[in-house]
Ligand binder design. Structure first.
Ligand code: ZN
Length: 178
């Protein structure tokens, strides 16, 4: 199990890495995915290294000398990285971010003075101002940190909820936690 780190567990992880002819350490976390980001009832993931099937945050591990990425839970990520504390800290930061996202989605926006048919809503997050502009034809633009985004998952943003998710990712990027 992921939570119970022990010499036995470490040996098991290293055995599997050897079976794969993969490096035993020196891996780095490329990205981290919350499988319950959009749905609190979404099924949990399975760690590819220890087979624990209760993984909410997938640490995507990469290595220059290995041909593919490996998706694992927190402790296995720590084993592969050679730094359990770093992996635990990353996981803790992701949990905090998930809470912030929940609050953010429920939070209120303030409408600025309308300009013609354009409607603009604004709010702050972690010291940054964010704007969502809604143009005629229901086209949504999100602005924060001098970036402007009009697409979500490859499609134009057509509803306010999607714009709010985009706004959160802009103002509170996962990349900063790695
Ligand atoms: Zn694992």
């Amino acid at each position: 199990m992921e939570e119970n780190y022990s010499e036995f567990y470490l040996a098991k992880c290293q055995k599997r890495l050897k079976e794969w002819r993969a490096p035993l350490d020196g891996w780095f976390c490329k990205k981290i995915i919350d499988v319950r980001e959009d749905n609190e009832d979404a099924p949990l993931a399975t760690c590819e290294l220890c087979d624990c099937n209760k993984v909410r945050f997938i640490h995507v591990m990469d290595h220059d000398l290995y041909f593919e990425e490996v998706c694992v839970g927190c402790i296995c990520a720590g084993v592969m990285q050679g730094d359990i504390l770093a992996a635990k800290e990353r996981e803790r930061q992701m949990k905090n971010r998930a809470k912030r996202r929940k609050n953010f989605v429920a939070g209120e926006w303030k409408e600025t003075a309308p300009m013609g048919a354009l409607r603009t809503y604004t709010r702050m997050h972690r010291g940054q101002r964010i704007w969502i502009s809604v143009y005629p034809g229901n086209r949504h633009y999100v602005r924060c940190n001098e970036k402007s985004i009009s697409r979500y998952k490859g499609r134009p943003i057509r509803d306010f909820y999607s714009a709010v998710y985009v706004a959160f990712d802009l103002a509170d990027p996962v990349e900063e936690l790695l």
